[in-house]
Design a protein around this ligand. Sequence first.
Ligand SMILES: [Ca+2]
Ligand SMILES: [Ca+2]
Length: 190
Amino acid sequence: MRRGPRAKPGFSLVEVALATVIVGGLLVAAMNLAGAAASARQLASDRSRAVLLAEALLNECMAMPYADPDGSATLGPDPDESTGSRAAFDDVDDYDGWKESPPADRTGGELDGYPGWTRECEVDWVNATEPARVSATETGVKRITVTVSRRGQVVSRVLALRTAGVDAAEDDGLGGTIIDIGESIRDALF
Ligand SMILES: [Ca+2]
Ligand SMILES: [Ca+2]
């Protein structure tokens, strides 16, 4: 009795479909991995640029006198100092409420390469022994917080404490401590 012809070896439709699905899945995984690596690189780059931006404004602010030379005792710029740039700022708390997008130099010239970036500053009186506690009145200690964001996401935040005593002691002009914003410090101060 003759047997029918044996099926030729090859791939069935199901096998081909399965292989296509597997290869497709691997491709997607590889692309996701590449995408994640690119995002991580972008994030690292953003973070280092953001820290530089934040520290530049923090240092500029810290170099100012603690108190306004004209005697104004309220936080924030006086009316004649609100010129749209930081050119007329003459004391630490003039930077309170400052917000710029994109970041600019003191005279208002936009910094190249930062479209979509925002830099802002907040200055508060804080308790000398407990800098997490904000005070409504003068304490002799101002806490300066600079935040840099990109497209609405905070990328860097640095802060420092500035005391009135530094001016009296005629320190090196950078009185205070720049505090690196580790998670523990963030928890303690925000
Ligand atoms: Ca002022
Ligand atoms: Ca002021």
